[in-house]
Design a protein around this ligand. Structure first.
Ligand code: ADP
Ligand code: ADP
Length: 226
């Protein structure tokens, strides 16, 4: 059980007057599917950076499980919170080696299931091909989906998708999100995105504006307000 709670969480970049995050409070229970939505500059990347402890909170409280986030070592936090970010990279190794980084000792069956969940069905028979520039050519979308497969295998109770499906076209994005959910029974999934439209699967949406938590609601509720 790894609930994530923010209380009056703020962060200001050195040299800035305006906080990038301004007294944001929320509670995300274990197993929730939450989308954090907002336009460019609203504080999404800053919140993500705090959730993986790339930065420490400026003020306020961020707790992961029963402890403040600062109580976790980087390794301990990585075991609990898997991040798939916009900038993902693929190593110049085989598909299998790329995936095994996420879960050493995984069986081929598990690897194929993760590939399927990430929408890479066509890679299931190609585990020994090279993912890097020495072999198979991967598109930006394929690299992103490989990163999603790694996050699924990583088996952390919380997965953060930071614009991780943004390069996919809308129907593919919907499908990949659906498969991630299916493959992530009981896990918390936090999707960070500027696109509210595609987030209908998420019953729980937090909207950031200018660093503040402007509103929360379901997809339908928020679309009606627009
Ligand atoms: P988003 O991810 O929603 O586009 P960000 O979290 O990147 O928003 O930005 C929130 C605010 O913080 C913006 O006003 C942005 O200019 C500022 N900001 C972001 N990163 C930095 C940084 N490294 N240094 C200074 N200011 C930053
Ligand atoms: P896209 O146009 O699909 O977004 P990019 O322009 O980012 O893809 O990359 C072009 C090609 O370069 C990719 O199809 C891929 O084959 C190769 N490439 C880029 N980065 C890597 C990497 N880290 N590992 C392996 N191949 C890469």
């Amino acid at each position: 059980e790894l609930p994530i709670e923010a209380r009056e969480l703020s962060f200001t970049y050195p040299g800035n007057l305006r906080p990038a995050l301004d007294r944001v409070s929320f509670m995300i229970p274990q197993g929730a599917r939450v989308a954090i939505v907002g336009p460019s500059g609203s504080g999404k990347s800053t919140l993500t950076a705090l959730l993986v402890r790339f930065w420490n909170p400026g003020s306020g409280i961020l707790t992961v499980g029963r402890h403040p986030i600062a109580a976790y070592s980087p390794e301990a936090l990585r075991r609990r919170i898997a991040l798939v970010s916009q900038r993902t990279y693929v190593f110049a190794e085989t598909i299998r080696e790329n995936l095994l980084l996420a879960r050493p000792g995984a069986t081929d069956h598990e690897l194929r299931e993760a590939l399927r969940a990430a929408g890479l069905d066509h890679f299931r028979t190609r585990l020994d091909e090279f993912a890097g520039q020495h072999g198979m050519q991967l598109s930006g979308g394929e690299r992103q989906r490989l990163a999603i497969a790694r996050a699924i295998l990583q088996d952390a109770p919380v997965v953060i998708l930071d614009e991780a499906t943004a390069s996919l076209d809308a129907p593919t994005e919907q499908e990949v999100l659906r498969r991630i959910e299916e493959a992530s029974e009981g896990k918390t999934i936090i999707t960070i995105t500027h696109r509210l439209q595609q987030m209908e699967r998420f019953g729980n949406i937090l909207v950031l504006k200018d660093g503040r938590l402007a509103e929360t609601g379901t997809h339908t509720e928020l679309l009606e307000k627009q």
